[in-house]
Design a protein around this ligand. Structure first.
Ligand SMILES: Cc1ncc(COP(=O)(O)O)c(C=O)c1O
Length: 410
């Protein structure tokens, strides 16, 4: 591994963390490098379909609550959240997943986070020991994957292991099929359902097997469920805590939920982590040292959002309408399928990077090449290279125009 050094002002050379060398450029940086030098047609409004930032409205009460609680901005907020926030979350989990009453104790089984990205990242620092089974620990994740997982694994000193999530496996990775020596040194698994980018939803059986695997090999299981409320059919995606409810054992399991996608408040920076009380004690401990709790008015607004389902139902209906639209416009082209959950189209265009350039230079559409969300995992083959990811985050009219341009261009 190459040692990174940097010049300081007084021109001494100092060694910085060599692990950072392993972090590839973030996908949006790569996208800027790819597209910024290229002109888009001047007669078309550019549309950003690259970033998963929902543009639907959020409830008015968010602003009202922030304003009503503005006198609390002068106070340092508690890293453990407010009792009211934790209670709202515990009640929501119990309702949403039909958990036994009392299974989720607000002060033991819930911790807030200022958006889930940083919390997912931080979790690697509590779950990855210096060695496991006498070797460098492994952190498993699906491939393609939310980039934070790989960054966290590398920063925590683990080897990221990318497990293909391909169309032929319904886009669900088969962690149990890995070699025994990898499983034995696995310290942490990141899994996402509904998945980003393919929108695959894991069944309760799949999650049950994953929880069993985590117990067999004694690793921490992190399930990122931030898209749980955006789904297509009538049945909501299963949650990992439902598996834990069967025997009342949450050990080794953490689930992450966010208001960014559920309630369209990506800028509020609010989510939570729930599950194993021992892991959560460590999580809070780490937060005391280096965490960044949400301001008290944000906890208040977030609690109200977790208590309200009306805006979530309306939000979901908007996505369903837009997937209807995409189905009409794209029909069976580019391997179109309706994702079971989440808000991305994952389109097989043959060469995702070339299609991205074409869509920008001919249609002023900014999408993300699938290859930027995947790794070749040492196989030389990148499972995302044929795809583009399209975030269906704008309103219906903008999406109708953008998808029409896409169909004409590709
Ligand atoms: C799979 C996945 N997990 C987590 C996040 C983080 O969301 P936030 O930090 O806004 O909660 C995102 C955001 O795009 C995501 O796609």
């Amino acid at each position: 591994m190459q040692i990174v050094t940097t010049e300081t002002n007084n021109s001494h050379r100092r060694i910085i963390n060599p692990r950072l060398n392993e972090l590839p450029d973030y996908p949006f940086e790569r996208l800027r490098d790819l597209l910024d030098p290229l002109p888009a047609p001047r007669n078309l409004d550019p549309v950003a379909l690259s970033l998963g930032e929902p543009q639907h409205p959020y409830p008015d009460f968010v602003g009202e609550i922030l304003h009503a609680n503005r006198h609390l901005y002068g106070k340092y907020p508690p890293v453990a959240g407010t009792p009211d926030f934790c209670l709202a979350v515990a009640d929501w989990l119990t309702r949403r997943y039909d958990l036994p009453h009392g299974m989720i104790e607000p002060e033991r089984h819930v911790a807030p986070c200022a958006g889930t990205r940083e919390a997912l990242f931080r979790t690697a620092f509590l779950a990855v020991p210096p060695t496991k089974a006498g070797h460098q620990p492994a952190v498993l994740m699906p491939n393609p994957f939310y980039q934070c997982y790989a960054g966290a694994a590398i920063a925590a000193g683990a080897e990221p292991v990318f497990v293909s999530a391909l169309a032929e496996n319904s886009f669900l990775p088969d962690f149990a099929a890995l070699d025994e020596d990898i499983l034995a040194r696995t310290a942490l698994v990141y899994f996402c359902t509904p998945g980003n980018p393919q929108g695959a939803v894991a069944s309760l059986d799949y999650l049950e097997n994953l929880v069993a695997l985590s117990r067999q090999y004694d690793f921490t299981l992190v399930v990122d469920e931030c898209y749980a409320e955006i789904y297509n059919g009538a049945t909501p995606p299963a949650g990992t805590l439902q598996v834990c409810a069967r025997d009342g054992d949450m050990s080794g399991v953490l689930v992450f939920h966010s208001l960014s996608k559920r309630s369209n408040v990506a800028g509020l920076r609010s989510g939570f982590v729930a599950g194993d009380p021992d892991l959560l004690t460590l999580y809070r401990r780490l937060s005391e040292y280096g965490g960044n709790p949400s301001p008290l008015p944000v906890y208040a607004a977030a609690a109200a959002l977790w208590r309200d389902e009306e805006h979530v139902i309306a939000n979901r209906a908007l996505y369903v309408e837009k997937f209807d639209l995409a189905e009409r416009i794209l029909s069976n082209r580019f391997g179109f399928y309706r994702p079971e959950g989440g808000f991305f189209l994952w389109l097989d265009v043959g060469d995702g990077e070339a299609a991205t350039v074409e869509l920008w230079t001919r249609a002023a559409l900014r999408v993300l090449p699938g290859t930027y969300l995947s790794a070749d995992g040492g196989t030389g083959e990148n499972p995302g290279s044929r795809y583009i990811r399209v975030a269906m985050v704008h309103d219906r009219a903008v999406m109708a125009d953008a998808l029409g341009r896409m169909a004409e261009t590709l």
